[in-house]
Design a binder for this molecule. Sequence first.
Ligand SMILES: *Cc1c(COP(=O)(O)O)cnc(C)c1O
Length: 227
Amino acid sequence: MSIARRYEQLRRRVPDHVTIVLAVKNRTPDEVREALEAGATDLGENYVREAEAMIGALGPAAVRVRWHMIGRLQKNKINKSLGLFDVFQTLHAVDQAEALSRRASGMGKRVPTLIEINSAAEEAKTGLAPEIETVLSMAEAVSRMEGLILSGLMTMGPFLEDPQAIRPYFRKTREIFEAVAKAGLPGADFRHLSMGMSDSYPVAIEEGATMIRVGTSVFGPRPIQAA
Ligand SMILES: *Cc1c(COP(=O)(O)O)cnc(C)c1O
């Protein structure tokens, strides 16, 4: 099946209120262009350099896209990131958020941001501990930052074969999401819960995701990268 057909099928299968962010890492501009022609609106990249190359290669086709930073935000590339991305999904520390806010407000921008939750509290993953107090305190700080709009939460969850096994971590993140939403922080626009990937998005949507990040189920298996 073609990329366009797979995207259209996914879009039909996913409820209208759920935003589909296509993860385009290691894809070619032609593959991404095909998804855009089929109606994709939101694209995610993990690295600044790749995003820059992709946006350049797509040319006019990239203009109406909402670009999401879904990888680790590198401090020395914040200015460049702000020129490329519309939404930052991986905030995980107050000093990092402050650095982003300072540069954004210097450019006269307020950028939508999501706080990343390390929902299974894994050593190797970034993100806040999955505790309401911890997340609420960061959310309060971000909501006061001039250059940022607190827009929601994001989680990767653990990589487990069985998507059902990830459900408790999505549920935990949703509970934290609801607690923050209930706090009604002034200045925030708190409405996105970004969770679920190709294997796990149906479970994530059942658990309240409003945004999924999908690569392989639209583009096919990831190409093996030459070293
Ligand atoms: C690659 C990636 C995805 C999508 O993964 P697939 O398994 O290809 O759907 C989602 N989120 C992040 C942060 C990613 O890097």
